[in-house]
Design a protein around this ligand. Structure first.
Ligand SMILES: [Mg+2]
Length: 190
């Protein structure tokens, strides 16, 4: 019987690209140091790469779903060309307060809810317990914990921000994405 794959779940803004607030074009898209090495290493160990990203900028009307999808295509091409193919990008365009029109609503896909991760697990048959999540906000970590992801890493670069939250639910805190490479090998079932 085939073994269920494990996944490396990645937040986008602040983990894949530098979070400048509502990034919506390739010109604004600057990779976070170490992300490509981390992703290539994960693929070499058999992890699926899955992105789960809140995109309330769509709901707020700052950019369109088409803008987001065009940037996603560009991003996925860049990762594939560099040997780190992304299996799927899940996104939540809704916001309960600031969404406009159909985008103003609660959603069980908006982190900290686990909907996007659970959907990925269903679609790819992912073994969540043996999977790893990297996020730069506590809401990412909460989504991972709620979904049952085994290792939830709070990425907290030393530059620019205050101390990480004392009460984080994260399994680990990493100040550089290179620190996460080690965790992939350590994760259960290697
Ligand atoms: Mg983020």
């Amino acid at each position: 019987m085939p073994v269920s794959p494990r996944a490396l779940f990645l937040d986008r803004d602040g983990v894949i690209n530098v979070d400048r607030g509502y990034v919506c074009s390739p010109e604004q898209f600057e990779l976070v140091d170490g992300i490509m090495d981390l992703c290539r290493h994960a693929v070499s160990l058999g992890y699926l790469l899955v992105v789960a990203t809140n995109q309330a900028g769509i709901g707020r009307g700052y950019y369109t779903e088409a803008d987001f999808l065009a940037l996603t295509d560009w991003m996925c091409d860049a990762f594939r060309e560099r040997g780190a193919p992304i299996s799927k990008v899940y996104y939540c365009p809704f916001h309960p307060e600031f969404g406009v029109g159909v985008y103003r609503r609660e959603s069980d896909c908006r982190k900290p809810a686990p909907g996007m991760i659970l959907q990925a697990a269903r679609e790819f048959g992912i073994d969540l317990h043996r999977s790893v999540l990297v996020g730069d906000k506590e809401s990412d970590i909460m989504a991972g914990v709620a979904a049952g992801v085994g290792c939830n890493v709070l990425y907290w670069p030393k530059s620019g921000r205050a101390q990480p939250p004392a009460a984080t639910l994260a399994s680990q805190t990493a100040t550089h994405l290179a620190d996460v490479v080690q965790l992939l090998g350590d994760s259960q079932g290697t």
